[in-house]
Design a protein around this ligand. Structure first.
Ligand SMILES: [Zn+2]
Length: 149
């Protein structure tokens, strides 16, 4: 009767099985997917721009390791990082789809530091879409690219 060992629970004797996949990795993965979806909605998901997302995600991984409480905020922060990086290299992003007339302007992320981030138009004061759902907000009416040269 020596096989009745409570420790003998199979080969998975490494990490605690009651512990789910690291929330940090889940949050970073989600943030990356959401921002990429919005980049694709704006037709700007080019390789050099996707690499900006990767840079931001890498930076935010470090950031959340310093401040685990901020794990819920990474989607909004990555969106803002990419927005800032695009402003230098590409221009305003994402352009507000609500204000069709007047000066084109970019949407803002709100809350800047909080969970459940949304794109808002500061000019009209409306919430345009949750981060990651810009494609739905822009609607099918936008042709995406005018072929003129
Ligand atoms: Zn607007």
């Amino acid at each position: 009767m020596h096989s009745d060992n409570p420790e003998d629970s199979g080969p998975g004797s490494g990490p605690d099985p009651s512990r789910p996949v690291a929330p940090l990795e889940q949050a970073l993965h989600a943030a990356r997917a959401l921002v990429l979806a919005d980049l694709e909605a704006g037709d700007v998901a080019r390789p050099d721009i996707v690499s900006l997302v990767e840079e931001s995600v890498a930076h935010r991984r470090w950031w959340v390791e310093q401040w685990p409480e901020g794990v819920a905020y990474v989607s909004g922060l990555v969106a803002q990082d990419v927005q800032d990086a695009l402003l230098e290299r590409y221009g305003r992003w994402p352009v507000c789809p609500v204000c069709a007339e007047g000066d084109p302007h970019a949407l803002d992320v709100e809350p800047e530091l909080g969970p459940d981030p949304h794109w808002v138009c500061g000019k009209a004061g409306v919430v345009v879409a949750a981060v990651g759902t810009l494609r739905a907000a822009a609607g099918p009416g936008e042709p995406g690219g005018t072929g003129g040269s």
